[in-house]
Every structure is written in C-alpha cells, then in structure tokens.
Design a protein around this ligand. Sequence first.
Ligand code: FES
Length: 103
Amino acid sequence: MKPDSSFRELTPAPDAALVDVRFGTQDLRLPTGENLAAALLVAGIMPFRQTPVSGAPRGPFCMMGACFDCLVEIDGVTQQACMLAVTAGMEIKMPSAKGDRNA
Ligand code: FES
C-alpha cells in the first residue's frame, strides 16, 4: 500500500517494472527509468532535504534542474533528483542537514 501523497502516477507501472530503492530508512519500490523526483513524490517522500542554514524542509519545485530544492545524496554525491532516473538499488539519503555538514 502506498503512503498518502498528493501525487499520482498517470499510468501506474506494472509490478515487473518496479525496483527496490531505499530513501533513508524507508524501503521503496519505484518504477525503473522514471524521473526520480517524481517517483519519490508519488511514494510520499517529503522533504527531500533540509536547508543547511535554517534546517527548513525542501522538496522539488521546478522539476527542470533550476531550483536545486530536490537535492538528495546518492552514493555520497549530492545530486538533483529531478535530473535522475530511477535505477535498481539506489541508496538515497537527505544531504547533510544543519550543523551536520561533515556527516
Ligand atoms: S526540482 Fe528544481 S532542481 Fe530539481
């Protein structure tokens, strides 16, 4: 069962197209090849990150690589989720939060 989310898939992916992904401590099944930010929103993930100064929550806004509010950390590299496709085995984390820049 999917968590509450304001976002819906236009065409739900068949089970065969779903791959295992982890966001923090949450195990997710997302459609392979889909836009990562969109897939995380449909899965109910929010926020994606917190601002380093105030700790304010942030999530995708522009969906075209301009705002950087969708930043996530994958394999130790901070990247824009809206510019990535879902692949099997992704280990996604929030980028380091306020006061935790070296974690
Ligand atoms: S949502 Fe704006 S850069 Fe990704």
